[in-house]
Ligand binder design. Structure first.
Ligand SMILES: [Zn+2]
Length: 353
């Protein structure tokens, strides 16, 4: 079905060193939403919705050969950058111990009012990247071992990425998701159970989105960025329109690594670098859930640097406003399965000796 979708308003504030400018606010009518589904349709990368209970990570999803990463758990709910104006600019952090790091070349802030879409595979309206600029995105986490290895690789290169965690995974591993946010990466959402929304009713699809957003919020103990990626990039126009009413920015992709089909890190590197060199820039879709990707990342980042690519860090202007009924629904569904991170002193007190 072909349908025009009215989406507007993306103000992107751009910072480059000492000068800045705003690409502009709003525009017009965007559309039509792509009616040809990507090749990925036939092969789903993950079907968490079919998992009845929390899976035990297998050896394949365990940490790679890199040593355990020492993270300092956040001491308070993670605070996301939420500047009050669309044109507030941010300067890339210079605090990095690696002088040769890939780093962050500029930071963009996206106003997601009315639900703009990004990534030329499905959206053509907003092209905010310059030649040789890339945005790193990681889906389907958080996952033991793999996500931590991805975080370490990013930290070693002093660079930032955008994560799209699955709601159930976030509830299973909130401590890992907190580490993602604490490291300064943007965290959006990717549905509750990674369902293919093109196969659901609109009400079911809304619930998948809302519970996913509520789960990430609960896992973080604070608001997440108002960014969303459709599982398998399957985006029914009705759901795209709904996300517009929720002021959610939709991220498709420019460069799909298809890393979920790969078994060796070399394949992931070759896939990304090959497509990137042809296209010259783009939003790269990878999966921190995937073990080969976690192994590939140190070398991939090194090759990006060596090839002259620059990393753009993406932030959301305003966080998601989750809906109370779904906040309650996920807590009810997960009642007793989540581990409290409150300090002992706030839970247990001596009332008599
Ligand atoms: Zn996914």
């Amino acid at each position: 079905m072909r349908r025009m979708t009215v989406l507007a308003a993306a103000a992107i504030a751009v910072a480059v060193g000492a000068f800045s400018f705003t690409l502009g606010r709003a525009f017009t009518v965007r559309g039509p939403v792509a009616t040809t589904m990507p090749a990925k349709l036939a092969e789903s990368e993950l079907a968490t919705g079919t998992i009845a209970s929390r899976p035990i990570p297998s050896a394949q999803t365990q940490a790679p050969s890199t040593p355990p990463v020492a993270f300092s758990p956040p001491t308070s709910p993670v605070a996301f950058p939420t500047s009050g104006r669309a044109d507030v600019v941010a300067t890339p952090s210079l605090a990095c111990g690696n002088a040769d790091a890939l780093g962050v070349s500029r930071v963009v802030e996206i106003d997601t009012a009315d639900g703009p879409g990004f990534g030329f595979e499905q959206f053509k309206a907003y092209d905010f990247l310059r030649e040789h600029e890339v945005v790193l995105t990681f889906d389907d986490g958080p996952w033991p071992g793999n996500t931590s290895a991805v975080l370490k690789a990013l930290a070693d290169q002093c660079t930032k990425a955008l994560f799209f965690p699955i709601g159930k995974h976030a509830m299973w591993h909130p401590e890992i998701l907190k580490q993602v946010a604490a490291a300064g990466h943007a965290v959006g959402s990717h549905t509750w159970s990674h369902a293919d929304l093109s196969k659901l009713t609109i009400d079911q699809a809304k619930e998948e989105f809302e519970k996913g957003a509520s789960a990430v919020h609960a896992a973080l103990g604070g608001p997440e960025a108002s960014f969303f990626r459709f599982p398998g990039l399957q985006q029914p126009p009705e759901v795209v329109a709904y996300l517009g009413t929720r002021n959610i920015g939709i991220f498709s992709t420019d460069i799909d690594s298809f890393d979920f089909r790969m078994h060796k890190p070399e394949q992931v590197i070759a896939s990304v670098m090959g497509k990137l060199k042809k296209r010259g820039k783009g939003i790269i879709l990878m999966h921190d859930f995937q073990h080969p990707t976690s192994l590939a990342l140190p070398e991939l980042l090194a090759q990006l640097k060596a090839s002259g690519f620059k990393i753009v860090q993406v932030r959301g202007k305003d966080p998601v406003k989750t809906l109370p009924e779904f906040d309650q629904a996920i807590m009810k569904e997960f009642g007793g399965n989540t581990v409290s991170t409150l300090p002992t002193s706030s839970i247990v007190r001596t009332v008599g000796e």
